[in-house]
Design a protein around this ligand. Structure first.
Ligand code: TXA
Ligand code: MG
Length: 322
């Protein structure tokens, strides 16, 4: 059931997210991108619970979710690029990696001991109001087991953590549906670590300088953002990308009005050929097709313009053999 902000904060202690966070607990929050497993970013034990729930490798740092830029500035070394980007895109699906203010109290487990912190203001009113009321950042990775598909509605989360699910704030289906763009603006030369709905072109237009893709700059180099691990966001069923036919026993992830025939099951990401709609339905589609018993999921080609670049990135990772 969907509750309002007032209903959450006035509810019994066990249903009040603020109470959970104050006591070092984990609560699942809705955002415009995907659902997140959220805990007090300044509490080591609370952050440790997130890693345990996700079975996440310790080397993957977490994003701190803040209510506004003013809260971000209490924890990171702000700069002119960050200011421009925050003005243009916050609240919204853009995470800014900035130098951590070491005395600000962020748990070193959240940054994996690093000297930077990813911060973002989610475009979800209920969640932003709760963070504002809590008064401190919440670290929140996507609310899935490590390496699995990110959840875009409350039911996905409940299914993933079946027996041991934390309190879930049901904020409806995620409107964007793909994780935030991660941009390192800690060192003058902006580096795109993970593509998302805020595209490279949109960032370049605001900053008036060229943005480099981390993957191009550092082929084979040390992993700066483990979200860039080759295999990630993966269903158990293999994917076959840019399919131009459907083979025996395959399911089809389709796009557009003119789709391939012969599949056991079909999910069309957008019949009208709209990439934003396709992004918002992608993870739900992968979950459904993964559960239908097909030997493989054939994926039709999608345009790589706009958020299409982020869709292509997620599909590429999902198709890497386990
Ligand atoms: O849309 C999102 O960003 C969602 C929602 C819940 O906000 N969160 C999310 O978190 O996708 P997570 O933990 O699944 O992915 C965070 C990504 C990882 O690839 C991580 O390596 C990268 O951001 N990251 C976080 N902090 C970083 C830092 N200080 N330096 C480099 N990369 C960082
Ligand atoms: Mg994730």
């Amino acid at each position: 059931m969907n509750h309002t902000y007032a209903q959450y904060v006035e509810s019994k202690p066990e249903d009040n997210p603020l109470n959970h966070w104050q006591n070092g607990g984990v609560v699942v929050i809705p955002t415009e991108t995907v659902y997140g497993l959220a805990a007090d970013a300044t509490n080591d034990q609370a952050v440790a619970k997130i890693y345990a729930l996700k079975d996440r490798p310790r080397f993957n740092p977490l994003i701190a979710h803040v209510s506004d830029a003013a809260m971000a500035m209490r924890y990171v070394q702000w700069n002119a690029q960050a200011q421009r980007l925050a003005t243009a895109f916050w609240p919204g699906p853009l995470t800014l990696v900035l130098p951590l203010l070491p005395q600000a109290g962020i748990s070193s487990l959240a940054t994996d001991g690093g000297d930077t912190l990813g911060v973002r203001v989610p475009a979800h009113d209920l969640t932003r109001n709760l963070i504002g009321a809590f008064g401190k950042p919440l670290v929140a990775p996507s609310a899935n087991k490590s390496g699995r598909i990110s959840p875009t509605c409350a039911d996905h989360v409940r299914a993933e953590f079946a027996g041991a699910c934390p309190l879930v704030i049901d904020g409806g289906a995620c409107t964007v549906g793909i994780e935030s763009t991660v941009l390192d603006v800690s060192g003058g030369q902006p580096l795109l670590l993970r593509p998302g709905a805020v595209t490279k072109e949109m960032i370049e237009e605001v900053l008036h300088i060229e943005v480099h893709l981390f993957s191009e700059m550092n082929k084979g180099a040390q992993l700066k953002s483990p979200g860039l691990l080759a295999r990630h966001y993966a269903p158990a069923t293999p994917l076959r990308l840019n399919a131009t036919n459907v083979e025996d026993g395959e399911a089809l992830l389709a796009f557009g009005a003119d789709i391939l025939v012969g599949a056991t099951h079909v999910f069309n990401l957008s019949e009208s050929g709209n990439v934003e709609e396709a992004a918002s339905r992608l993870f739900h589609a992968l979950r459904l097709l993964d559960g239908c018993g097909a030997s493989c999921i054939a994926v039709m080609q999608l345009p790589e313009t706009g958020i299409g670049a982020a869709i292509a990135d997620r599909l590429r990772r999902a198709s890497v053999a386990a």
